[in-house]
Design a protein around this ligand. Structure first.
Ligand code: FMN
Length: 190
């Protein structure tokens, strides 16, 4: 059995919708079990993420997919509090060779979302993980990767309610990322 964990923060629910789509994609791959984990404010004590049960779940995963809205041109502070808490894993090399990928939501078509994906990439590289990008081209009639992001998945949502944003195309894009990561992790796990 291959385990894929999706860990994300969401302030107003848009990133949650994308995370659910990513999870659906990963769970659709045979032999893959998923954990969909939200970073909760109450898990942050004195500015540092402190949920050891979640960190242990990640330790036991073959792949970890990071998600956060883009806030002020980077990941949300809650995500960074989580990332900083993984420093002890860095010290032990505990996440080396795990598969990694990421997704983000913001209101602008660009909105500096790439900074958030690049932060996830840097975190993954520090942890010795293997980064999986998103090679789907936007030349399709379903809106897959309509924002043309190859480093990870980008979705767009602003003030709209979460039942309409991110839109179906962005959620499908997230689902395909989840499937891709899970397929690669399962292959490596053989
Ligand atoms: C504090 C804050 C900072 C934001 N910064 C950006 C930004 O830099 N670029 C952008 O396009 N949207 C920005 N937004 C909009 C959010 O990224 C957008 O509303 C997103 O859908 C929120 O996701 P969530 O519902 O998962 O929290 C910001 C929103 C907030 C609350």
């Amino acid at each position: 059995m291959t385990t894929v964990s999706i860990i994300y923060f969401s302030g107003t629910g848009h990133t949650t919708k994308l995370a659910e789509a990513v999870n659906q994609g990963s769970a659709s791959v045979e032999g893959v079990k998923t954990n969909l984990i939200t970073i909760r404010g109450e898990d942050i004590a004195k500015g540092r993420y402190a949920n050891e049960t979640v960190l242990a779940q990640l330790d036991a995963s073959d792949a970890i997919i990071f998600g956060s809205p883009t806030y002020m041109g980077g990941p949300a502070a809650q995500f960074k509090a989580f990332a900083d808490a993984t420093g002890e894993r860095w010290y032990r090399g505990a996440w080396r060779d795990k598969v990694a990928a990421g997704f983000t939501v913001s209101s602008g078509p660009s909105g500096d979302k790439l900074s958030t994906l690049h932060y996830f990439f840097t975190l993954a590289m520090q942890q010795g993980m293997v980064w999986v990008g998103f090679p789907e081209t936007p030349m399709n009639d379903k809106g897959i990767n309509r924002l043309s992001s190859y480093s990870g998945v980008m979705a767009q949502a602003g003030q709209e309610p979460t039942d309409v944003a991110p839109n179906a195309a962005d959620k499908l894009t997230g689902e395909l990322l989840g499937r891709r990561v899970a397929s690669i992790a399962a292959k490596l796990n053989k």
